[in-house]
Design a protein around this ligand. Structure first.
Ligand SMILES: [Fe+2]
Ligand SMILES: [Fe+2]
Length: 473
């Protein structure tokens, strides 16, 4: 088991000390990262101490050590899951060959691009979330936000390690550029659109961590199959951290829905805004927005790029080893939803070209499970409202449906109708203003929660719910 040396300037389990050149390069990048964190990391007032988990090794017992940390002192480091002995490539043209420890020249540009795109999302989400500490509904939630933020920072480290260790000078330049782009900036935006949207309030944060971090899960799973072993091992470890981010999302949404339903029952009315909670139609509109922008992250339904990534062995499918086929897909087809002759229909296309779509379908099934869980809470209050995912063609900017105007139910309408009815489907300025109005200031007193959200059912790491998760002094 590889352990982590937390006393190193850069904690790591990759024996950084044995590669002085790489160590020096990362030590030079480190102050630039800290400058970025100070400029773009969470706005947290006077350096609070938060009850955070920090990895001390990558096995089950060691990767989640809890203790109080002042955030700028968090030990960001480089951790890879332990190598699998004699690991073989699981798919594509090189199936069955030993995995690569070095980047093959033929795949250098494509691999670098995959790593840069993944790496760019990590600091982007920290930037998107940086003001939320000012309006947190509790110290428990603030702690969760900080945990996510430091781990997204660590995911940036993970990708930067790969760039520095395996891509020479271009890798170093890309690592620098990752600190220079800014979410939402007109001149140097983050690479993917969803990571340039704002995350202006806590309902948006819970939607983001439920949906957009879940896109991360599916991307990381497919990169965890990569023939480039250092990338696969990096992503495997990142997935253990990602699980908590999605937990924050689903439990956050469940607590919002629960609180709303409590108030609906208590006052026997749907008209709950005046009681200081989030009405379910607003909840649904936020869901419509975040779901549709997250679907765009999977890319075009039909993609020769994705095919090249698969045949090359760079990026596999979700749970590749468990799929019962030849893992080459040279003759296979896959049904892809298309808009043809005035209707949506599934059309069989070469499976290799449909890998983005396949990953998106896997993602949607996972999201449906979460929505089912929230609907069960709503039903348990006897409330007659069912949350539903919008049609996949609704509000898309990328892929086959980008030019269509489609309602959440999946009816294609003309542009004027869509614009006229948009506020029924996407959060309006008044929805956002209402949500903001519920969060005028940070609530941090231990055990206290904002009115619009129920307390969690349990605390972090077996601590009580009224534990002082963040010490602001
Ligand atoms: Fe991440
Ligand atoms: Fe995440």
């Amino acid at each position: 088991m590889s352990s982590v040396d937390l006393n190193d300037r850069i904690p790591n389990n990759v024996d950084l000390a044995s590669d002085r050149r790489l160590q020096r390069a990362l030590e030079q990048w480190q102050p630039a990262f800290l400058d970025w964190w100070r400029e773009m990391g969470p706005v947290a007032g006077a350096a609070p101490e938060a009850y955070l988990r920090t990895a001390t090794s990558v096995d089950r017992s060691g990767w989640a050590n809890f203790g109080f940390t002042r955030m700028p002192d968090y030990r960001w480091g480089v951790f890879l899951a332990d190598p699998e002995p004699d690991r073989r490539i699981g798919f594509g043209d090189h199936k069955g060959e030993p995995v690569w420890q070095r980047v093959p020249g033929d795949y250098r540009a494509a691999l670098r691009r995959l790593i840069v795109i993944q790496g760019d999302t990590e600091p982007a989400s920290v930037e998107q979330q940086r003001h939320l500490g000012r309006t947190c509904p509790s110290g428990y939630d603030l702690r969760n936000l900080f945990q996510i933020n430091v781990e997204e920072g660590r995911h940036l480290w993970a990708m930067v390690y790969l760039l520095h260790a395996h891509f020479g000078r271009d890798g170093r330049e890309e690592a620098q550029a990752l600190l220079e782009r800014r979410s939402g900036d007109a001149d140097r935006p983050r690479i993917l659109t969803a990571f340039n949207e704002r995350t202006p309030d806590w309902l948006a944060l819970f939607m983001f961590t439920f949906l957009t971090d879940r896109d991360g899960k599916f991307q990381l799973h497919s990169l965890a199959e990569s023939a480039f072993d250092p990338l696969a091992r990096t992503c495997r470890f990142m997935l253990t951290e990602e699980a908590h981010h999605m937990f924050v999302g689903i439990t956050g949404l469940a607590r919002v829905a629960q609180r709303t339903c409590e108030v609906m029952r208590e006052h026997e009315t749907d008209d709950v805004r005046r009681f200081g909670v989030i009405d379910l139609p607003t909840f649904q509109r936020y869901l419509n927005f975040h779901f549709s922008v997250t679907l765009d992250l999977f890319g075009a339904e039909i993609s020769t790029n994705a095919a090249g990534g698969y045949t090359g062995g760079l990026k596999g499918r979700f749970h590749e080893p468990e799929i019962d086929d030849d893992h080459r897909l040279s003759h296979a087809t896959y049904p892809v939803l298309q808009w043809e002759d005035g209707e949506f229909r599934k059309v069989d296309v070469p499976a290799l070209n449909a890998l983005n779509e396949r990953l998106r379908v896997d993602f949607v099934a996972d999201v449906e499970t979460g929505i089912g869980r929230i609907n069960r809470i709503v039903r348990s209050f006897g409330v007659d409202f069912e949350l539903a995912l919008p049609h996949v063609a609704f509000n898309r900017r990328v892929g086959a449906f980008a030019d269509l105007d489609v309602t959440p139910e999946g009816t294609v309408v003309d542009g004027e109708t869509w614009r006229r009815r948009e506020e029924e489907w996407l959060p309006s300025e008044s929805d956002r203003a209402h949500v903001r109005s519920l969060m005028p200031e940070a609530i941090t007193e231990p055990g206290k929660f904002a009115n619009w959200i129920a307390p969690p059912s349990r605390g972090i790491n077996h601590q009580p719910i009224d534990f002082e998760y963040v010490r602001l002094d």
